[in-house]
Design a protein around this ligand. Structure first.
Ligand SMILES: Cc1ncc(COP(=O)(O)O)c(C=O)c1O
Ligand SMILES: N[C@@H](CCCC[NH3+])C(=O)O
Length: 444
């Protein structure tokens, strides 16, 4: 088990995060509980800032908020001088409610509605990243009506198959995202965008996928995109000045994961950029990167209480927790692997192999297959690590489970940043039509 950020074990053998004893957090806030380590998030933001913003000229880091977004997170990100990537009206709304400076917001998405585009224009977001022809024409019409010039990037599909789960690859040709480079669609899109009176094309965007470890995928992306920008300059004499390379930097979830350091990703990108610009005789564009997972992933831990335990002799021991695929769908979606420990007995030796299952009505509701733990008892607390990204943000109310709360811990203080849902929250939007109100069981 690898410890992350401020995680440590205290004298009672309890897992501590941000100076808070997780056993006490469980009794104060209940389980399941998402715990976010503020110092760790800030430390990673600072590593990105020093490697990319300070370490390279004219570079911006924007946080891909789809990984984990709350009002408090927006404030942390802005305080750490990072921008924000949003992909929906809901994410944009959250950022604006948190008073995030709109000029540092990039608006993504492959099917933005007119309402979302209008919201983005009215808010004055820094960039809208155009994904397709339909969006381009709708956006230009809206901007014209409002008599506004909108700064846009075009999303290009560069044709790179990064080594990651196929569901989280995005740069390959067979992708729903962006304008394909290899078949001339990207050229057509640029030619059209240059003609639209209310769009200001400042540059290009590409994103090759998520949870990528190899530096070569990013080097390759830089080479392809700089060559394309240089070719575009020759072909149209328009000089594109900005290149957004997306996110995708991998993190440690479980043994075998070996992500590069943030400074290594930065060096690989910087060197590839210098080389490509020199080789293509092209002026260095502004570079933007948009990491999500790598900023919050290892800063999150989910705390569960163990309930039922079922042993099938000679086959497997199922240990059920009070959450599951509703608060962490990643194992069932991508066969994602996680590590965990007993938070209340973290100093004890592992003696048995068990599989951690959730409480949803699905056989596929598994969190971890075959993990070694001390002999577990009902009532023990299980901490699953690296759950900061795409857990809370992808959680659901399946089986009408209530979403866990989120606490932000730092220097011994724990603040609730998202309240635990209650049963009455589940009925918040239910409407019982008058004609069904007094209906009882029909005679059979
Ligand atoms: C356009 C875009 N940018 C950034 C990201 C963030 O990726 P990650 O969380 O892997 O850094 C994603 C998600 O894959 C994305 O689709
Ligand atoms: N949701 C995915 C990553 C996709 C990122 C968005 N393009 C995950 O949990 O790994």
């Amino acid at each position: 088990m690898r410890l992350h950020g401020t995680q440590t074990f205290n004298q009672q053998g309890h897992l501590e995060i941000g100076g808070c004893d997780t056993v006490e957090l469980a009794s104060q806030f209940g389980t399941p509980l998402y715990i976010m380590d503020e110092a760790h998030i800030r430390d990673i933001c600072r590593q990105y800032h020093s490697s990319f913003v300070k370490g390279m000229e004219n570079t911006e880091v924007i946080y891909a908020s789809k990984a984990f977004l709350t009002l408090a997170m927006c404030r942390i990100i802005e305080e750490e001088s990072l921008g924000l990537d949003v992909v929906s009206g809901g994410e944009l709304y959250t950022a604006l409610q948190a008073n995030f400076s709109p000029e540092h917001i990039y608006f993504h998405g492959n099917n933005k509605s007119s309402e979302e585009l209008l919201m983005a224009i009215n808010a004055g977001v820094g960039r809208i990243v155009i994904d397709n022809f339909y969006e381009m024409s709708v956006l230009n019409d809206l901007a014209k009506e409002l008599n506004q010039q909108v700064n846009v990037l075009l999303r290009i599909t560069p044709g790179i198959e990064a080594h990651t789960h196929e569901y989280i690859q995005t740069g390959q040709i067979d992708s729903k995202f962006g304008f394909t480079l290899s078949n001339g669609t990207a050229d057509q899109a640029l030619d059209l965008a240059f003609c639209y009176s209310n769009l200001e094309v400042t540059g290009l965007h590409a994103h090759i996928g998520s949870q990528i470890f190899e530096l070569d995928s990013f080097r390759h992306e830089v080479q392809i995109m700089i060559k394309y920008m240089a070719d575009t300059h020759v072909r149209t004499s328009c000089l594109l000045k900005e290149l957004n390379l997306g996110g995708g930097f991998g993190i440690y979830y479980a043994s075998g994961d070996e992500p590069a350091k943030i400074s290594d990703y930065a060096k690989a990108i910087k060197d590839a950029l210098d080389e490509a610009c020199q080789c293509q005789n092209f002026p260095r564009p502004k570079i933007v990167i948009e990491p999500g997972r790598s900023i919050v992933g290892t800063a999150g831990t989910t705390l569960y209480t163990i309930g039922s335990i079922k042993e099938i002799p000679g086959i497997r021991k199922y240990v059920a927790v009070d959450g599951g695929m509703a608060d962490n769908p990643r194992p069932s979606l991508y066969q994602a692997r996680y590590e965990s420990i007993l938070a209340n007995r973290s100093n004890e030796e592992a003696t048995e192999s068990v599989s951690i299952t959730g409480k949803c009505c699905e056989s596929g509701d598994m969190l971890i297959w075959d993990i070694d733990l001390p002999k577990v008892n009902s009532g023990d607390l299980l901490a699953v690590t690296s759950t900061g990204a795409y857990n809370y943000s992808m959680s659901s109310n399946y089986n009408r489970l209530t979403r866990p709360g989120v606490v932000l811990v730092k220097d011994g203080q724990a603040d609730v940043i998202v309240k635990r849902e209650t049963h009455s929250d589940l009925l918040r939007n239910d409407v019982l039509p008058e004609r069904l109100k007094h209906v009882k069981m029909a005679c059979r």
